[in-house]
Design a protein around this ligand. Structure first.
Ligand code: TMP
Length: 238
């Protein structure tokens, strides 16, 4: 992670040149995936990569980043009794604050925003996972984001068995407790993954990256897919 340029070698210069030539690199990119997929690592790597190329980048976490978002995140991660619908509204409130306080101002300043989760997490976890409000959920999500949605969503795809094992290992090594979502069973995570796979087939702005390889190999795919997406955008293929 420390020296991406040397890892990418000649590829780095080539990719850098390509990205700089692209007029339309997406300004708002979200990383999605099941628990333990490694999306947070990739969001951080992309921030580093784009900064190395001279872009101004803001990385946010949904829920999180704002004062309200961080408080909500703590509540959600606690063992407080919260009904599924209340939980949904907490996620949406955190997102709204994030959009107003951080994302919109950053986009207005011409920065690139990378978000660790966004609307598709709600559609996956609350929609597909918990089967909550199937008719109204997309509308509630739209109200929360006010239409400020990622131009590109990158799904970091791993098998649920792999993701859950990583979560388990992480918690056994730091002695912490799993939060309410990470405690959900394998079947729940399989449903989430199915959702992500389905939307990546259906929606042109959702791309899936196979993360069964080593982290930097996977990250290379992330960058290549962003380049492909951007050039398709530029030439009107999407
Ligand atoms: P993470 O950001 O550390 O991945 O943890 C957030 C947890 O919250 C994760 O298990 C996914 C879950 N989540 C939802 O259930 N709905 C949402 O809308 C979002 C953003 C996250």
């Amino acid at each position: 992670m420390s020296n991406l340029r040397s890892y990418f070698g000649e590829d780095f210069e080539e990719i850098a040149k390509k990205i700089k030539l692209l007029k339309d690199i997406p300004r708002f990119i979200a990383f999605e995936g099941i628990d333990g997929s490694g999306k947070t690592t990739h969001a951080k790597l992309l921030r580093k990569f784009l900064r190395t190329l001279g872009f101004s980048v803001v990385l946010v976490k949904d829920p999180g980043t704002t004062q309200l978002g961080e408080k909500i995140r703590r509540i959600l991660k606690s063992n407080l009794k919260i009904s599924s619908t209340s939980e949904l509204f907490l996620f949406l409130a955190a997102r709204r604050q994030l959009v107003e306080d951080v994302i919109r101002p950053a986009l207005r300043q011409g920065k690139i925003v990378i978000s660790d989760r966004f609307t598709h997490s709600t559609l996956a976890y609350q929609g597909r996972g918990k089967m909550l409000l199937p008719e109204t959920l997309p509308m509630l999500c739209f109200i929360a984001s006010g239409g400020t949605e990622p131009e590109l969503n990158i799904v970091i795809d791993v098998a649920p068995e792999v993701g859950l094992k990583r979560v388990k290992d992480r918690y056994s090594s730091d002695g912490g407790n799993k939060d309410r979502f990470e405690l959900e069973n394998l079947d729940f995570h399989r449903r989430l993954r199915d959702y992500y796979i389905e939307i990546s087939r259906r929606e042109p702005n959702v791309i899936l990256v196979d993360a069964s390889k080593d982290v930097l190999e996977t990250f290379k795919d992330v960058v290549i897919k962003i380049c492909e997406f951007s050039s398709d955008m530029q030439f009107g293929n999407r």
